[in-house]
Ligand binder design. Structure first.
Ligand code: THU
Length: 141
């Protein structure tokens, strides 16, 4: 993806990260999901006192989009670190989010994992979830 477009998406992910609700882990994540129609949906992680209902930033963004009728995506940017810190390594999407994204993005989805607008890794969902199980396996595509 073009650098300026990646940086725009990273900036949107950082803006969403400010709303992360993380009283338990203090690890704040932001995601910005670019739809094929050009719309950007953002999300943050939302934790729960009973822990397991916690929703990752990536799925927050994805579910916001799908719940508004948008189901085709080209890229997602993810930023994450503990409150007030910059991590040495990028935040990569967890296994559950990889699977959830695969449902709509498929292996072509561009995944940008960023520490800053200048320092990021770009890969695809197919690289992160090889041989992913999806709608094609149920012949529903
Ligand atoms: N988390 C995300 O939101 N996305 C990721 O890609 C990794 C993990 C959240 C879940 C939890 O609120 C916190 O980060 C620590 O695991």
């Amino acid at each position: 993806m073009e650098r300026t477009q990646a940086q725009q998406l990273i900036r949107a992910a950082f803006a969403a990260r400010r709303f992360a609700y993380t009283p338990y882990s203090h690890f704040k994540v932001g995601a910005a999901l670019l739809a094929r129609n050009g719309q950007v949906f953002t999300g943050c992680n939302i934790e729960s006192a009973s822990y397991s209902p916690t929703n990752c930033a990536e799925r927050t963004a994805l579910f916001k989009a799908v719940s508004e009728g948008v189901t085709e995506f080209s890229a997602i940017a993810i930023v994450g670190s503990r409150e007030g810190e910059v991590n040495r390594i990028v935040t990569s999407p967890c296994g559950v989010c990889r699977q959830a994204l695969f449902e709509f993005g498929g292996p072509e989805l561009t995944v940008i994992m960023a520490r800053s607008e200048e320092d990021y890794l770009e890969t695809t969902l197919g690289e992160l979830l090889p041989y992913g199980f999806g709608p094609k396996n149920l012949e529903l595509d």
